[in-house]
Design a binder for this molecule. Structure first.
Ligand SMILES: Cc1ncc(COP(=O)(O)O)c(C=O)c1O
Length: 427
C-alpha cells in the first residue's frame, strides 16, 4: 500500500517538473510511482505509508555509514547550535580539507564547493587556464554532473532518459567536448592527437554511471601516460569512488595519481559538499591566488563539513574490510540466484559498488551497457520494491552498499532477488 506516496506525488507533480527535484527519482525508467521517504536508519528507509525497505540507493552514494549514524547526527546537531553558516572562513573547513589531503597524496591543495557538478566544472576551468587550451575529452557514459560542457554522451539520469546530449546546451559549448569509449586506449590516443590539442581528459576511474564498469588492467595508467605525452591534464572524477573503494579512492586502489581530483558525496556525509583538489600550482590558479574565478555562498558550510568529518572518522581500515565482506557476499548470492533461475544477467562489482545487468554477460563500455535489457531490469526493480528492497531505479546506476548493511539484510536481498529474477523473466 503506497497511497500516501501517491498523494504526495500528485501534489508534487503540480509544482515540480515530473514531481521531483532530480530526474531519476521519478522512477520513469522502471515504471510505477516513486515512494516518498520520511526516515532512514542504518540500512533501512521508511516511506510515508509506513513501509520499510533495505536501501541500496544510500542517497546516491554519500551514506557509506548508512542512514543517520548516531555520531554524525549528534555532531551535526551540536554544530548547528553554534550557527549554520558564517560566510567567513571557519575551522571545520580546514579540518575536512586536511582529512581529504591525508587520504589523497595527489591533492596538495583543494577548494571546497557544494556539489560534484561544481567540482568537475571548476576542475575543467582550472585545466583550461593552466594549459591555455579549450577542448576536453570525456568518456562515453561517464557522468560528471550537469554543467553544459559535460552533458555530452553523459551517463546516469541523462542515459536513463535517453538524453545523453541534453537540449539547451549551446552547440559551441558541447563542441568543445570530445567523447571516446571507456576502456579504449586507442580511441583516446587518436582523440588526444587530434586538433585542437586538449586541455584535459576527465573520467570516472571506475565508471559507475553506466552501471559499474571497472577499468581494464593498464587502462588508467595508459590514460595518464597518453595525456602527459601531449601536455593534457588528467582529471579523475572520484565523486563516487572517493573514500568508497578505498579511503584514497580509485587512486589508492590502483596506485595511480591524477593531476586534478573531484570529490563529493561521502565527504559531505549526506550534506552538500564537493571538492576539487590536486597539484598546488594548479589550485593556486584559483581566485584570490590566481586568475580563475570560482566562488560559493555556502562553500565550506560548517554543518556540511561536520557531517563529512564525522563520516570520514568512521572509515578506518576495518570499515573497508567489512564493506568488502558484505559486498562480496551480496555479489556471490546474486550470482548464485542468477544461475539457479537461469536468468540472462551478470553482476559487476568494485568494492561496495555493484550493478546487476540484464541481457548481457559483460559490460566494458557504454555501448555494452546500452545493449542491456532495461525492460527486464524494470520488472526486477518493481519485484524488489514489492519485496522490501529499494534499488536505484535505473539499469545505468550502481547499488551502494554501506557499513550498516548486516548479513541479514544481504540474505533478505538475495532471497528477494531470487524471486524477482523469475518475475523479470516474464514480460
Ligand atoms: C561521478 C560523478 N560526478 C559528478 C556528479 C555530480 O555530483 P552532484 O550531483 O553532487 O552535482 C555525480 C553525481 O552523481 C557523479 O556520480
Amino acid at each position: 500500500m503506497r497511497d500516501a506516496s501517491k498523494n504526495y506525488l500528485m501534489r508534487a507533480a503540480r509544482i515540480a517538473p515530473g514531481g521531483v527535484n532530480s530526474p531519476v527519482r521519478a522512477w520513469r525508467a522502471v515504471g510505477g510511482d516513486p515512494i516518498f521517504v520520511v526516515r532512514g536508519e542504518g540500512a533501512r528507509i521508511w516511506d510515508v505509508d509506513g513501509n520499510t525497505y533495505v536501501d541500496y540507493v544510500s542517497a546516491w552514494g554519500p551514506l557509506i555509514a548508512g542512514h543517520a549514524p548516531p555520531g554524525v547526527v549528534s555532531s551535526v546537531v551540536e554544530a548547528t547550535r553554534c550557527g549554520t553558516g558564517f560566510g567567513a572562513p571557519s575551522p571545520r573547513e580546514v579540518d575536512l580539507a586536511e582529512q581529504i589531503q591525508l587520504a589523497f597524496p595527489s591533492i596538495e591543495k583543494l577548494r571546497l564547493v557544494t556539489s560534484g557538478t561544481e567540482a568537475t566544472m571548476t576542475a575543467l576551468r582550472i585545466a583550461r587556464a593552466a594549459t591555455r587550451r579549450e577542448r576536453v575529452i570525456k568518456f562515453d557514459g561517464c557522468y560528471h554532473g550537469h554543467s553544459d560542457g559535460l552533458l555530452v554522451r553523459a551517463g546516469s539520469g541523462a542515459a536513463t532518459f535517453g538524453i545523453p546530449d541534453s537540449a539547451g546546451v549551446p552547440t559551441a559549448v558541447g563542441g568543445l567536448t570530445s567523447v571516446v569509449p571507456f576502456n579504449d586506449l586507442a580511441a583516446l590516443r587518436a582523440s588526444l592527437a587530434a586538433d585542437p590539442p586538449p586541455a584535459a581528459v576527465i573520467l570516472e576511474p571506475i565508471a559507475a554511471n553506466m552501471g559499474v564498469v571497472a577499468p581494464e588492467p593498464g587502462f588508467l595508467e595508459g590514460v595518464v601516460r597518453a595525456c602527459h605525452e601531449v601536455g593534457a591534464l588528467v582529471v579523475f572524477d572520484e565523486v563516487i569512488t572517493g573514500f568508497r573503494v578505498a579511503r584514497g579512492g580509485a587512486q589508492e586502489l590502483y596506485g595511480i595519481t591524477a593531476d586534478l581530483t573531484c570529490l563529493g558525496k561521502i565527504i559531505g556525509g549526506g550534506l552538500p559538499v564537493g571538492a576539487v583538489g590536486g597539484r598546488a600550482d594548479l589550485l593556486d590558479l584559483l581566485a584570490p591566488s590566481g586568475p580563475v574565478y570560482q566562488a560559493g555562498t555556502l562553500a565550506g558550510n560548517p554543518i556540511a563539513c561536520t557531517a563529512g568529518i564525522e563520516t570520514l572518522k568512521l572509515l578506518v581500515p576495518d570499515a573497508y574490510r567489512r564493506l568488502e565482506e558484505t559486498s562480496a557476499a551480496l555479489e556471490a548470492g546474486l550470482r548464485a540466484a542468477i544461475a539457479d533461475v537461469g536468468a540472462c544477467a551478470c553482476v559487476q562489482r568494485v568494492g561496495s559498488l555493484l550493478t546487476l545487468f540484464f541481457g548481457v554477460d559483460r559490460v566494458r563500455d557504454f555501448s555494452d551497457a546500452r545493449a542491456c535489457d532495461a525492460g527486464a531490469f524494470a520488472r526486477f526493480f518493481r519485484a524488489m520494491i514489492d519485496r522490501g528492497v529499494n534499488l536505484p531505479p535505473s539499469q545505468f546506476e550502481a547499488w551502494f552498499v554501506s557499513l550498516a548493511h548486516e548479513p541479514a539484510d544481504v540474505d533478505a536481498t538475495i532471497a528477494a532477488a531470487r524471486e524477482a529474477l523469475r518475475a523479470a523473466e516474464e514480460p
